[in-house]
Design a protein around this ligand. Structure first.
Ligand SMILES: [Zn+2]
Length: 338
């Protein structure tokens, strides 16, 4: 089974899928506590369902993917991020199947990261079967360039076209860059059908920072990301329809946004995330059909399991154990802020 994972930065799922969130109590409160270093306390400022629904259907593509139909099965699985709810640690956990401690990514600077030993989703697919063709297109450079990057570069496979990487022109703004990412990925998905693909959009997060989650600009950015996602879904659906290929589509986010904009700590509306899974023209694979509430570091393993990637093993518990370097994470002491 082939995989397309769409990563939309900073989406509030209570705005994008208000009906699904209201119907599932697992979306109400985090399933695990946060480290008090990243806790800000204060009341839950989740937008109320009625208020969220009043904005209408912001994300018809995501809703259709999550709901499924008589031909294609879909669901949305609640997910809770572990603070710090910044993009670097969030996406690193989602895409490498690692806790913050395991990959040592705590901020967007990626200082001291251990990603060389925490291969990403696409690299895992490649290492499971070196014939696998993979693709990553991203508006954020941390996915494909630096800092990090989260996706290992695998230059040998890039040279032969077996691993394709795209990073857009940013001179015309984030929205144009997202559109360029979608256009490039759409062509590749439609005509080449890589075995595992990741496509990332930044526009929703940018609108959240500039205008807050309770703004028309933020809602418009969700509509735009939803429409770009539809183009990608259309491409793989064409391949299913015309070539009989078997596709699993997934959509996720790394954090929400506060009503006034921003994220990074432990507010409910910021920690709340989701994983949509959708099988084009078939039933959901058992792992995603049966999955309960997720944490970020479980997503990669779940998706690999669902599409049939199996890992080798080296049966010695001491392999790869690092001695003498302890991961402490940031101190949060303002004396270190410059
Ligand atoms: Zn983010």
């Amino acid at each position: 089974m082939k995989l397309l994972l769409v990563c939309i930065d900073g989406v509030r799922v209570d705005l994008a899928l208000p009906g699904h969130v209201a119907a599932d109590p697992a979306f109400a409160a985090p399933d695990h506590p946060s480290d008090e270093k990243f806790s800000v306390g204060g009341p839950d400022r989740t937008l109320q369902p009625a208020e969220a629904q009043g904005y209408g259907a912001l994300a018809p593509t995501l809703a259709r993917l999550a709901t499924g139909d008589e031909r294609s099965a879909g669901r949305v699985i609640p997910m809770w991020m572990t603070p710090p709810t910044d993009s670097g640690p969030g996406w690193a956990s989602i895409l490498t199947g690692s806790t913050h401690e395991e990959c040592n990514v705590w901020w967007n600077e990626f200082v001291g990261h251990d990603l060389a030993r925490r291969p990403d989703l696409l690299s895992r697919a490649f290492h499971a079967n070196p014939m696998a063709r993979t693709l990553v297109a991203a508006t954020w450079d941390a996915f494909v360039k630096a800092p990090g990057p989260i996706f290992q570069q695998r230059l040998d496979q890039q040279r032969t076209g077996q691993h394709q990487v795209f990073y857009p022109d940013h001179r015309h703004g984030i929205a144009a860059a997202d559109a360029e990412v979608a256009q490039w990925a759409n062509w590749k998905l439609l005509h080449e059908g890589p075995d595992a693909s990741v496509v990332y959009f930044e526009g929703v997060d940018a609108a959240g920072h500039a205008h807050g989650a309770d703004s028309e600009e933020y809602r418009a950015a969700i509509r735009q990301a939803d429409e770009l996602t539809r183009h990608l879904v259309k491409a793989v659906s064409e391949r299913h329809e015309q070539l009989g290929e078997d596709w699993l589509i997934a959509v996720t986010t790394d954090h929400g946004h506060k009503p006034e904009g921003g994220h990074g700590e432990d507010e409910v509306e910021v920690r709340r995330s989701f994983l949509i899974t959708h099988r084009v023209g078939g039933a959901l694979p058992e792992p995603v059909r049966d999955a309960g509430t997720l944490r970020a570091e479980q997503v990669m393993w779940l998706l690999l399991d669902a599409v049939g990637v199996r890992h080798g093993s080296w049966e010695d518990a001491a392999i790869g154990v690092q001695r003498g370097v302890e991961s402490l994470g940031p101190t949060r002491n303002l004396a270190f802020e410059w």
